[in-house]
Design a protein around this ligand. Structure first.
Ligand code: MG
Length: 256
């Protein structure tokens, strides 16, 4: 009887004591200063690498594809030299010499390019006016076209993903005026058997205006039909010779 009383006695003491420790621990954490709580959500790694920028120059980590000095980064689509014109820092399609492509291959990228449709528009309309194009990984075309007061099917106008996605707005400037594309492209992913795991996605700003917002690309560009994806790796950028003397300058790419 006495022992039981002692046990009860210790029980009464120990239990409240352990509760006191727990209570003390909780109240101590609740008493953190605001700056201590703020620190808990700070992430210090990884530290982003420094990229130098200026209004006149491409970002310091960009691959320069056209700076107006030469066409060294380009070749004919079937090999050999790129036979487009280069004059006063501007590259222009030499009609019927064929498409050109980069010697280097690219996967996920941010691409900047500036282009200008020909001044001469008389006798040209629709798809025949200032037509060129930038083919991402040689397959997926963002259309280049003089779409200033020039009617055509909207999924084939400037800044369309050709025959796949109509641009959100028409941000076109007139012929003989420089325009820009800023393109963010995520390449399609394939498994070892060549099956598609993830389609390509593209975001396009035309003259600084968002016109394609993370659009899913359905497959390779085609004038006729909708061919399915075929497995491929990183690939060149290709510029289209559609028979119109479209001009280019300031082309650079950042690998993502
Ligand atoms: Mg085209």
């Amino acid at each position: 009887m006495q022992i039981k009383t002692i046990k009860t006695f210790f029980g009464l003491v120990i239990i409240p004591f352990s509760v006191c420790i727990a209570t003390f621990t909780v109240s101590a954490s609740e008493k953190k200063e605001p700056w201590q709580l703020a620190q808990e959500t700070e992430v210090w790694e990884p530290v982003p690498p420094v990229v130098n920028t200026s209004e006149k120059n491409p970002p310091s980590d960009a691959v320069i594809l056209l700076d107006g000095k030469n066409l060294n980064q380009w070749e004919g689509v079937d090999g050999g030299v790129a036979r487009w014109y280069l004059d006063k820092g501007v590259m222009t399609v030499a009609p019927k010499t064929g498409d050109i492509k980069t010697k280097e291959v690219f996967c996920d990228i941010q691409l900047h390019l500036e282009w200008r449709a020909p001044e001469e528009v008389d006798g040209f309309d629709g798809q025949g006016r200032g037509n060129s194009g930038v083919f991402l990984q040689e397959r997926y075309e963002v259309q280049i076209l003089d779409s200033y007061k020039n009617e055509t099917y909207p999924n084939g106008q400037a800044a369309s993903v050709y025959k796949q996605s109509i641009p959100l707005v028409n941000a076109s400037r007139g012929p003989d005026v420089w325009q820009s594309y800023d393109i963010i492209f995520r390449s399609p992913k394939f498994d070892d058997e060549g099956a598609l795991i993830s389609p390509a996605y593209v975001t396009v700003l035309h003259n600084g205006v968002l016109v394609q917002n993370h659009v899913e690309i359905q497959g390779p560009t085609s004038w006729i039909g909708h061919p399915p994806y075929e497995a491929h790796g990183c690939a060149p950028l290709r510029l289209q010779d559609h028979g119109n003397p479209v001009s280019f300058k300031n082309i650079w790419v950042r690998k993502l």
